[in-house]
Design a binder for this molecule. Sequence first.
Ligand code: MN
Length: 223
Amino acid sequence: MTTMIQDVVHDTAAGWDAAKGEYVLPPLPYDYAALEPYIDEQTMRLHHDIHHAGYVKGLNAALKGLEEMRAGVRPPSEVGDLTRRLSFHGSGHFLHVVFWNSMAPPGKGVGGEAHGRVGEAIDRDFGGMTPFRVQFKSAAAQVEGSGWAILALEPVSGRLMILQAEKHQNLSVWGVVPLLSLDVWEHAYYLRYQNRRADYIDAWLNLVNWDFPSQHLDRVLPR
Ligand code: MN
């Protein structure tokens, strides 16, 4: 089990440096401008280099704070605040790692209809791509404030669920594994789309890297 989880983290991310024992910001799997015209280069630079980096820093800081609390350097009364920061920044880091991999430069097999194992699972669990899109797009559009739409594997049933997240950490179902994540924080789209979140969601669907959730499914839930 441990090996399996480490494989997933390693393959999807390199968001963790085992030698240093700390979380790290993985480079984008493509150039900053590679998602044009749907997502602009400046948004990608700010989003990855500033926003995502901030969550990595916050996650490491929360863990460091908890270590200091255990050592008696910080009072135990800080545990609530530190654990809250662990949840916020940790969820922020992990969802961004999935987010970058959920997209690929426009081309063959990107956007459009799901294929491969995740395509089969979408047909089975949502009744096809059209009903999937209805639910996923609505979930993304209707997140209140900052958050996410997430396609996740629920491992007890082996079926997929579409979830919303408020901020990064709220509204989750324990145990799920995010396979595909769509960031609907304003920092993800405001420079190009301003208040038109629905236009950004439609554009984003042209960038979905459908190979990624299928590969992720194969690792987490081998056939
Ligand atoms: Mn973001």
